[in-house]
Write a protein that binds this ligand. Sequence first.
Ligand SMILES: [Zn+2]
Length: 106
Amino acid sequence: MKAPVPPARGSTVRGALEEALASAPEGGLTAKDLSTLVGISEKDVADHLTHLERSLKAQGLRLEVLPASCIRCGFTFKERKRLTRPGACPECRSTRIDPPAFRVSS
Ligand SMILES: [Zn+2]
């Protein structure tokens, strides 16, 4: 009896992510949106996006990050380089953060 074949990871997942991002709405897709669409965890989305950013660059495309912002005071996390959602606002300490969203642009 053959062992079940595990779902393909790596390039296939990344391809699915790339496809989802290429057809993302104007406001982009969050890590949560992408995790639902592609069927991987939010943490894995962040890991894949890091690599995807490089492969997009090679194709002359850009992974656009729409920065996270604080729902309470409107602070924008512009300087933030990490792709994950920030824990709290440095201005008002609120933890109600609108997460960063992503899309592909040329
Ligand atoms: Zn704030």
